[in-house]
Write a protein that binds this ligand. Structure first.
Ligand SMILES: Nc1ncnc2c1ncn2[C@@H]1O[C@H](COP(=O)(O)OP(=O)(O)OP(=O)(O)O)[C@@H](O)[C@H]1O
Ligand SMILES: [Mg+2]
Length: 264
């Protein structure tokens, strides 16, 4: 049997940002970080503010280069951004002068994808993220949650190897966030994407992911890697599960200890 390599494999990843001037101190943002994400897995990273989460995601996206260590996606060293690793940002990065349909299809059209195939996949994606009927709206006519659905649709239509999400629902109110979690669960059950997801929200991490990397404060290292044992398909009923509550308490406890140690 052929053993598939891990989809994302980081070993000893570190990142130091130089100071702005030569006399300014450098910042060690990330230190000796190992991560393995398999195909179709949802991996979450939670950690204190400023611990290097976005730095890690930017390295996987190819926006930043590591200072040391190795990072491979499908066994290939990352050399820069690629549509195979698409990012859903915290603030929706949509073109305000394009409709929902055109925002979603722009990338594949520029890459010369067959238009009929694209039309079919876009209709399917719009249904999955709950935007059917809104294809002719412009971003200013959408709520924050709907804009994030457009970002997700735009990424899905490109069929990337991995979807990178950096606190995508952090700016939404708590109820919209719950709705968006259900959108992500539905999208996962339909497309089975590999997702690398950064969040502050422990409940969000437990609902969505298969494994959670809890980070230390800066320089960010792995404090603990936690396997999330809940079967899929998942629903929000999970939050009443005693095992959910105990995992939540454990992760919040780890983060709280990090915060307390930082005050010493
Ligand atoms: N381009 C940069 N140049 C210099 N320092 C940077 C740069 N980007 C991030 N940093 C520093 O690296 C550290 C980690 O930043 P990063 O944005 O990765 O943290 P984060 O965990 O995503 O934080 P948050 O939860 O607040 O989004 C911070 O101290 C930050 O000031
Ligand atoms: Mg960040």
């Amino acid at each position: 049997m052929k053993i598939e390599p891990a989809l994302i494999e980081a070993r000893g990843l570190s990142k130091t940002y130089p100071g702005r001037r030569e006399s300014d101190p450098s910042t060690l943002a990330l230190e000796d970080f190992d991560i393995t994400v398999s195909a179709h897995e949802v991996a979450c990273v939670v950690g204190p503010s400023g611990c290097g989460k976005t730095t890690l995601l930017n390295i996987i996206a190819g926006f930043e280069t590591p200072s040391s260590g190795s990072l491979k996606v499908r066994g290939q060293t990352i050399t820069g951004p690629h549509p195979d690793r698409s990012v859903v940002f915290q603030q929706p990065a949509l073109f305000p002068w394009l409709t929902v349909w055109d925002n979603i299809t722009l990338g594949p059209r520029l890459r010369g994808v067959n238009l009929q195939t694209l039309e079919e996949s876009t209709k399917k994606v719009l249904l999955s993220v709950g935007l059917a009927g809104f294809e002719h709206h412009f971003p200013y006519q959408l709520s924050g949650g709907m804009r994030q659905r457009v970002q997700l649709a735009r990424v899905l239509v490109a069929s990337p190897d991995v979807i990178l999400m950096d606190e995508p629902f952090g700016a939404l109110d708590a109820q919209t966030r719950v709705v968006m979690h259900e959108v992500v669960l539905k999208v996962w059950s339909e497309y089975r994407p590999t997702i690398f997801f950064i969040t502050h929200d422990v409940e969000e991490a437990l609902i969505l992911s298969d494994c959670i990397y809890v980070m230390t404060r800066r320089p960010g290292r792995i404090k603990e890697r936690i396997d999330v044992p809940f079967n899929r398909p998942r629903s929000y009923a999970l939050i009443g599960d005693p095992e959910f509550a105990s995992l939540r308490a454990r992760i919040v406890g780890i983060l709280r200890n990090e915060w307390l140690e930082a005050q010493e």
